[in-house]
Design a protein around this ligand. Structure first.
Ligand SMILES: CCCCCCCC(=O)SCCNC(=O)CCNC(=O)[C@H](O)C(C)(C)COP(=O)(O)OP(=O)(O)OC[C@H]1O[C@@H](n2cnc3c(N)ncnc32)[C@H](O)[C@@H]1OP(=O)(O)O
Length: 180
């Protein structure tokens, strides 16, 4: 099925903000995290930027492939905001096309390609040298829709308790509420 942008999705161009302050991908409270900033795009699409820092190296002066995959995963996960669905990564296949030096701004773009029941198919690219620059990484993903209980039942209790007692966190979680 063709993906459908939820009527209450953030407007195109709107900065999405972090879904969880401790998230390695987007959280502001993770000193070595990616601090990825995502914006709603047109249709069921997202754009995001991530600056590769020293803490993200694999080889001298180059980004670690797993970190680049994390940036793609986070960007693809941000598509949840547009579907207003809670979904987790089930499968993620990454192509590394060009090396990415430290200091690079990775310009990411992701979109949902199809939805089939609980399965959400999506694709993403990361470009260097500008939003129209050459593709350095790309990924195809399958996200699976879950209930909020997925996190409550599986997360370590102390973090779950802290998140549930934080009104800001509860407000952010509501943006992902399952469609009525
Ligand atoms: C804004 C938010 C940002 C978030 C960004 C970061 C996103 C993440 O990194 S999330 C963290 C990483 N992911 C995880 O921890 C998920 C761990 N895995 C799980 O919990 C489970 O395997 C889960 C929930 C994905 C699926 O389990 P379950 O709910 O029992 O579903 P299940 O019935 O097995 O599968 C549902 C469908 O998906 C398919 N499926 C599930 N996993 C896969 C897979 N890996 N590959 C292919 N297909 C799969 C099944 O075949 C099934 O298809 P169908 O309906 O056609 O029969």
């Amino acid at each position: 099925m063709q993906p459908v942008r939820h009527p209450d999705a953030p407007a195109p161009g709107e900065l999405l903000g972090a879904h969880y302050g401790e998230c390695f991908g987007c959280g502001g409270d993770q000193p070595h995290g990616l601090h990825l900033e995502a914006r709603a795009g047109d249709g069921v699409g997202i754009t995001a930027e991530f600056t590769v820092r020293r803490a993200h190296q694999g080889a001298p002066g180059l980004a670690h492939g797993g970190v680049l995959t994390s940036a793609l995963d986070e960007t693809l996960g941000s598509l949840n905001w547009l579907l207003r669905t809670i979904a987790v990564t089930g499968r993620l296949e990454t192509d590394f096309v060009r090396p990415v030096p430290v200091g690079t701004v990775l310009h990411l773009e992701a979109r949902v390609t199809a939805v089939a029941g609980r399965k959400i198919y999506s694709t993403a690219t990361g470009r260097i040298g500008g939003p129209e620059g050459p593709v350095a990484v790309r990924a195809d993903a399958l996200f699976i829709e879950v209930k909020v209980d997925h996190f409550i039942d599986n997360g370590r209790p102390e973090e779950i308790r802290a998140a549930m007692s934080d009104p800001d966190q509860v407000r952010r979680a509501r943006a992902f509420e399952v469609n009525p």
